[in-house]
Design a protein around this ligand. Structure first.
Ligand SMILES: Nc1ncnc2c1ncn2[C@@H]1O[C@H](COP(=O)(O)OP(=O)(O)OP(=O)(O)O)[C@@H](O)[C@H]1O
Length: 251
């Protein structure tokens, strides 16, 4: 089983400690979420895993035999920023194959990009200019870009923040199915705790740069713990389909 591990990973930015030593393991075939309040350090942790921020300690993703998984097998979907890119949608998706692209794009590469757009119901947008799309459409295309290279490690920063209910379900189901099918190590930052409970196998709750709890959704989504960390009282209930749902009280 592949895994991504963090051993005593700490990050300082602008002379301030942002992540205090973090120890965690994420397994292949599991869809994991990093949850926690604004400013907790979730994006910093994801960027650190991606190698975009220098850190102390050691981290990396490894195969069964201990070999390191190279960074070109990682895909990273950053938090949504409205883009002014003049590239077309299909060109944006092809950028996800940047490690294998040559001067000439092969018909196979084009078919791969079209196929992921088809899976996401976006093929009709293929020749549109990326910057002319809505925020939600841009987020879906960015998801296609992340998946097109069939990554071994998939890091998603709030992949559903701009999406309507149906598209949130579509993206989370896609991430879960991809994770199972390709035995990928998938880690998403999510704010919607009920969606995290429904789709994720493993949660890591971060607050003030520290891991407050890690484990299965039923272990981590504890009323007292969530009320303390989020500073709002919450009820943790179960719907008739057995999914946990988290309802905040009024402030
Ligand atoms: N480049 C930087 N220099 C200094 N401080 C930074 C830098 N980047 C982030 N921070 C600080 O690190 C802390 C964690 O930020 P981060 O973006 O990781 O939080 P987050 O949990 O992802 O928050 P949100 O849910 O609001 O997106 C914040 O206090 C932020 O101000």
């Amino acid at each position: 089983m592949k895994h991504l591990s963090l051993k005593d990973v700490a990050v300082d930015l602008g002379g301030k400690s942002i992540l205090t030593p973090i120890n965690a393991t994420f397994k292949s075939g599991e869809f994991s979420a990093i949850i926690g309040p604004n400013g907790a350090g979730k994006t910093t942790l994801l960027k650190t895993m991606m190698g975009l921020i220098p850190s102390q300690g050691s981290l990396g993703a490894f195969l069964d035999d201990g070999q390191s998984i190279p960074r070109n097998r990682y895909a990273y979907l950053c938090q949504l920023n409205k883009s002014s890119s003049q590239l077309t949608v299909i060109e944006v998706v092809l950028l996800g194959l940047v490690h294998s692209l040559n001067w000439r794009i092969t018909p196979e590469q084009e078919q791969t990009a079209e196929s992921i757009l088809r899976d996401l119901g976006l093929l009709h947008l293929a020749t549109r200019t990326f910057s002319h799309l809505s925020g939600g459409q841009q987020q879906l295309v960015s998801m296609a870009q992340a998946l097109v290279g069939r990554p071994s490690v998939l890091l998603l920063d709030e992949p559903t923040s701009a999406l309507d209910l149906k598209h949130q379900v579509q993206v989370l189901e896609l991430a879960k199915d991809y994770t199972n099918e390709h035995q990928c190590i998938t880690i998403a930052v999510l704010h919607d705790l009920s969606m995290a409970a429904r789709y994720c196998d493993h949660l890591l709750l971060l607050d003030q740069g520290k891991v407050q709890k890690a484990g299965s959704p039923s272990d981590v989504l504890d009323e007292q713990l969530l009320s303390r960390v989020y500073q709002v009282d919450v009820d943790v209930g179960q719907c008739n389909k057995g999914h946990l749902h988290i309802t905040p009280h009024c402030l």
